[in-house]
Design a protein around this ligand. Structure first.
Ligand SMILES: Nc1nc2c(c(=O)[nH]1)N[C@H]1C(S)=C(S)[C@@H](COP(=O)(O)OP(=O)(O)OC[C@H]3O[C@@H](n4cnc5c(=O)[nH]c(N)nc54)[C@H](O)[C@@H]3O)O[C@H]1N2
Ligand SMILES: Nc1nc2c(c(=O)[nH]1)N[C@H]1C(S)=C(S)[C@@H](COP(=O)(O)OP(=O)(O)OC[C@H]3O[C@@H](n4cnc5c(=O)[nH]c(N)nc54)[C@H](O)[C@@H]3O)O[C@H]1N2
Ligand code: SF4
Ligand SMILES: [Mo]
Length: 762
């Protein structure tokens, strides 16, 4: 390296947008704009230097030759690069006649997971949804956390998810979560594993409920190898034991809950012995757990994807919070607590202590009558809406940062359904399983070309912080920023033509946001002159202007000058390592409750109704079948990071984990192929025999099998793997929410006919 190089090499500090842990990173950038080193930012107020293998690859992603830098239009079956004007004109010509003829519901929207990690998408998705005006909205939330959103909204009046107070608890019970692989979810905690280890270092205990001996289990003090899909039974039994032994006590919440008297009768049949048989665990384990949760001053239950994406997902999600309340551990230090995000959330807006509450099922999907929740239908209803003819049939699809062909259940069906559509638009950087069906692909810039603020995850954080990162690299001439893509699409679908005035639209979004803030009589700018406030933001446009409004009117905000020490975007810009807003506070209830009664509803009617299903299931023959569950690996990210060579090298990770007894009974050999069949499909997959999985359970990770015709992911396509969603079943779902059950899927497993040794992935 020459001296000149050294002088011009620069450092960039930014938050990693790849998962929910929100780690601060330090990137060393050469004068040629190459990312030379990526390490954890040791001065980050939250992550203090932590980084995982994925976090080191932001530069690889930025340079991935398969990442599209220019819009693509399909002509004669081939994608050709075009200008943005051509791309939007093609969408205008394809989509608007369909809308004119068949109405707005003929166009469905699917919002994927990266949207929760993108500032621009979080701010501008809504413009597209409003501009389009279709009732057919879908998202990855219903292959994920929707049950938890629904259960907390029913209990607290708005989506208000309590998080485990990881840094202060002395006893944590984790169900269906493997933070050593996932780095945590609905619980934002950089270095989640380190935080768990510190619980043990201070003499506390980590207990994990998981049918597999996961990486988290390996480090835990106790493993409860539950039968998949029976977490709600276990949790109901914990409530049963607490009442039965007379130790249930809501503590300081006693006067702020309703339905307490109804709990014991509700869970009456879930005594420890009965539940133990269903869950396939020891009754005494359940009793000991119940006592430990009550007797420990700082104890908490945390449930994640294994508890959501299963047959009783909403019940399990609800019971996690019920158990926390019954053991006196909700809204207390070391228990389950509420984050106070810097940009405000429903539980910090409007009148403290009560609200309009939550409603779902206000409309139902056309074909199967699946209920709407949070303005969306469950994705389990998407294929039938495309296939079934009649008024309101879905004929076109807009995907935004989503890969439903890979991530949604019953791949064969969703793939054929999307393939049959008249028009498909994808806001997506890759040509993958879903976007190969697109007529037009609108690629966003890479993460390093976008500014970042975790609008979503500050609301699930185990410590209140705020970090803003400016873009590291400018856009290429052929690129468009993601917010502008969305606004232009919004203007188009609203009928404004292919070349909407996005600056004017952006100003309208800002005006609407300020308008709402000055009308909120409980807010910090109530009654102020909206035009004057807008004038104070004159230097800012786009996502930064909206973010500044949210920060300044948020719980720590400067109120546009009323509190000179308050938070603004300028403050965050001056503090690249983040601003520490303090530990989570106890005693947020009842101020953050938004139910009409002002109390936490322990027994929401829809959940009590659904509980009947759980009771009926007690009589099922649970030992009857082999079931499939999923898993994650720290070096992968759903379906879209298998194209990064450094993450995919090493041994094949897309294997069928099976217990030695189950393998022996089927003459299945380690390293050979097995055939797995469900109601909807069959796959042949490489076998990994391990006693780290419960007998009767097999596991395949998702996001693999990216070798469908037309996919342009050079590295991912070459990887030996299968798509486990060929097996998952759109009609095996949590009835209340319509959320998919990805875990506990009944399957049959046998040795593959003519099975050959599978080569290791390169
Ligand atoms: N490296 C990496 N990180 C990720 C992702 C990724 O793909 N890769 N994805 C991100 C996303 S989108 C999410 S939502 C989060 C998810 O984050 P987590 O919720 O931590 O998800 P997993 O790591 O899949 O761990 C789920 C565990 O549940 C277990 N399990 C399966 N069925 C059951 C059941 O019925 N009951 C119980 N108790 N356990 C069960 C599985 O064996 C598995 O160990 O991770 C995020 N982080
Ligand atoms: N069997 C099984 N299936 C599962 C799961 C499981 O545990 N088991 N997990 C489920 C869960 S938790 C989730 S969240 C879903 C995820 O479901 P999806 O969100 O549908 O799928 P992803 O694989 O996350 O794909 C994300 C897409 O976004 C694109 N993308 C990446 N970055 C950006 C960006 O910055 N902007 C835009 N516009 N696009 C971008 C990628 O190219 C990709 O096409 O999968 C679910 N599916
Ligand atoms: S844990 Fe998540 S946020 Fe942290 S570096 Fe890894 S991918 Fe990025
Ligand atoms: Mo997810």
């Amino acid at each position: 390296m020459t001296l000149l190089d050294q002088q011009e090499t620069r450092t960039a500090i930014r938050t990693c947008p790849l998962c929910e842990a929100t780690c601060g990173l330090e990137l060393t950038i050469t004068p040629k704009n190459e990312v030379k080193v990526t390490r954890g930012d040791k001065d980050d107020v939250f992550s203090a230097g932590f980084i995982c293998p994925k976090g080191t690859t932001l530069g690889h992603l930025h340079n991935d030759p398969d990442w599209l830098r220019q819009p693509m239009v399909k002509r004669d079956g081939e994608f050709v690069p075009v200008t943005w004007d051509e791309a939007f004109a093609t969408i205008d010509a394809g989509l608007m006649p369909l809308i004119a003829e068949h109405g707005r519901d003929a166009v469905a929207v699917y919002l994927g997971n990266p949207g929760a990690h993108s500032l621009s998408l979080l701010l501008y998705n809504r413009s597209v949804l409003l501009g389009l005006g279709s009732r057919n909205r879908f998202s990855a939330s219903t292959v994920d956390q929707r049950p938890k959103e629904i259960s907390t909204a029913m209990m607290f009046g708005s989506v208000t998810v309590p998080v485990p107070d990881l840094d202060r608890t002395d006893f944590i019970l984790l169900l269906g979560a493997n933070p050593y692989a996932s780095n945590g979810s609905l619980c934002t905690a950089p270095d989640f594993p380190g935080r768990l280890e510190r619980i043990q270092e201070r003499g506390g205990k980590v207990v994990v409920v998981d049918p597999r001996r996961s990486e988290t289990v390996e480090k835990a003090d106790q493993h409860i190898a539950i039968r998949p899909g029976t977490d709600a039974h276990l949790l109901a039994a914990l409530v049963n034991v607490m009442f039965d032994e007379g130790i249930a006590d809501a503590g300081h919440l006693t006067d702020h809950v309703s339905g307490w008297e109804d709990l014991a009768p509700l869970v009456e049949r879930f005594d420890a012995d009965t539940a133990a048989t269903v869950c396939g665990i020891e009754a005494e384990t359940i009793r000991e757990l119940a006592r430990a949760l009550v007797n420990n001053d700082k104890a908490v239950v945390y449930g994640r994807i294994g508890t959501c994406t299963q047959e009783f997902g909403t019940l399990a999600s609800w019971l996690v919070d019920v158990v926390n309340i019954c053991s006196g551990n909700l809204d207390t230090v070391g228990g389950a607590m509420f984050a106070k995000g810097a940009t405000g959330q429903p539980s910090t807006k409007g009148a403290p202590g009560s609200g309009r509450g939550f409603k779902m099922g206000r409309v139902h999907s056309r074909v199967s009558g699946s209920p709407e929740s949070l303005g969306e239908f469950p994705v389990t209803a998407l294929p039938e809406e495309i296939e079934t003819e009649g008024e309101g049939q879905v004929r076109a699809l807009i995907t935004v940062g989503g890969n439903p062909v890979s991530s949604n259940p019953n791949t064969a069906r969703i793939d054929a359904a999307i393939g049959s559509l008249d028009f498909v638009v994808c806001v997506d950087p890759y040509i993958n399983e879903t976007t190969r069906h697109a007529d037009v692909i609108l690629p966003p810039p890479t993460a390093l070309q976008k500014s970042h603020f975790d609008l979503a995850f500050v609301n699930f954080s185990v410590h209140n912080v705020a970090n803003y990162s400016p873009a590291v690299f400018p856009l290429d001439d052929t690129q468009m920023d993601e917010g502008t893509i969305m606004l232009r699409l919004a203007g188009l679908v609203a009928g404004g033509g292919f070349n909407a005035d996005t600056d004017a639209m952006d100003l309208e979004v800002a005006k609407a946001m300020i308008g709402a803030a000055v009308r909120d009589e409980h807010g910090n700018v109530y009654g102020r002159d909206a035009a004057e406030l807008l004038e104070m933001l004159a230097d800012r446009v786009g996502p930064e202007r909206l973010l500044d409004i949210m920060l300044r009117t948020g719980p720590y905000g400067d109120g546009f000058g009323t509190d000179p020490d308050g938070l603004t975007l300028s403050v965050l810009e001056a503090n690249p390592h983040g601003v520490d807003l303090g530990e989570l506070e106890a005693g947020r209830v009842p101020a953050n409750v938004r139910t009409p009664t002002g109390t936490i509803d322990l027994t929401p009617p829809k959940l009590v109704e659904d509980f009947a299903r759980l009771v009926t299931s007690l009589d099922r023959d649970w030992d009857n079948s082999m079931v499939l569950v999923g898993r994650r690996h720290v070096r992968s990210n759903n379906s879209w990071m298998h194209n990064i060579k450094v993450l995919t090298k090493g041994k094949n990770r897309c294997t069928l984990q099976i217990h030695p007894d189950d393998a022996a009974a089927r003459s299945i050999v380690d390293g050979a192929m097995a055939t797995v069949t469900s109601r909807v499909g069959t796959v042949d997959v490489a076998v990994e025999i391990t006693d780290g999985i419960r007998p009767g359970v097999v596991s395949i990770p998702h996001g693999f099998g990216q070798n469908m015709p037309g996919v342009k992911l050079a590295v991912a396509t070459a990887y030996d793997g299968v798509n486990t969603n060929i097996l998952t079943d759109e009609y095996f779902r949590d009835e209340l929410s319509g959320n998919i059950a990805l875990n506990g899927v009944p399957v049959e497993v046998s040795a593959a006919v003519g099975a050959a040794e599978i080569p290791a992935a390169g």
